[in-house]
Write a new protein. Structure first.
Length: 176
């Protein structure tokens, strides 16, 4: 089974989430709360999302080097904004740029967050971690498929083709 994670969701990425909706694919979405994010869209389609804390600041290098108190404040601020705007408390933390350390994980634990399962899987077996930036078609491999719909990659057509392939081959989680 392939699981989908989209690290960054912005207003301009909503049209690219149409294939997730069309192919009934659940996606773990990382929300950066210092940027505008589509809270109304997410609330309306909450059945297709697992909401994840992707930090407030999204300052990759700084976040892992901040002291514990500042890390905790950043993650807590993101949690509060997500809960206020969407009504859901995030369960998982998706580290910005994939960078984290023990202290940051301790801050997450204090807030009831756990490291997103895709990172745990990647630590155990890096071959089960796929990125839309690196691969064109996923193939019949199990693992996490990572995309960033806020940027230009993957293209909408490529994303749709990949999701259609996953759906038709029953390689993803389904809502029903």
């Amino acid at each position: 089974m392939i699981l989908i994670r989209d690290d960054d969701i912005l207003f301009n990425a909503i049209w690219r989430h149409q294939p997730f909706l069309e192919y009934k694919i659940i996606v773990d979405v990382g929300i950066v709360t210092s940027r505008p994010f589509p809270a109304r869209w997410i609330k309306k389609h909450l059945y297709m999302y697992n909401i994840c804390n992707h930090s407030h600041s999204h300052k990759c290098e700084e976040l892992i080097n901040w002291n514990f108190k500042k890390q905790l404040e950043d993650l807590e601020r993101a949690n509060k904004i997500i809960e206020k705007k969407i009504g859901v408390k995030p369960k998982y933390f998706i580290p910005p740029c994939g960078r984290y350390n023990d202290q940051l994980l301790e801050a997450c634990e204090r807030l009831g967050l756990t490291l997103h399962p895709s990172y745990v899987m990647a630590e155990k077996d890096r071959s089960k971690y796929f990125s839309a930036h690196l691969t064109d078609i996923i193939g019949k491999k199990e693992g996490w498929y990572i995309c960033h719909t806020a940027s230009r990659k993957p293209s909408h057509n490529r994303l749709k083709r990949n999701l259609k392939y996953l759906y038709e081959n029953k390689l993803t989680r389904f809502w029903e």
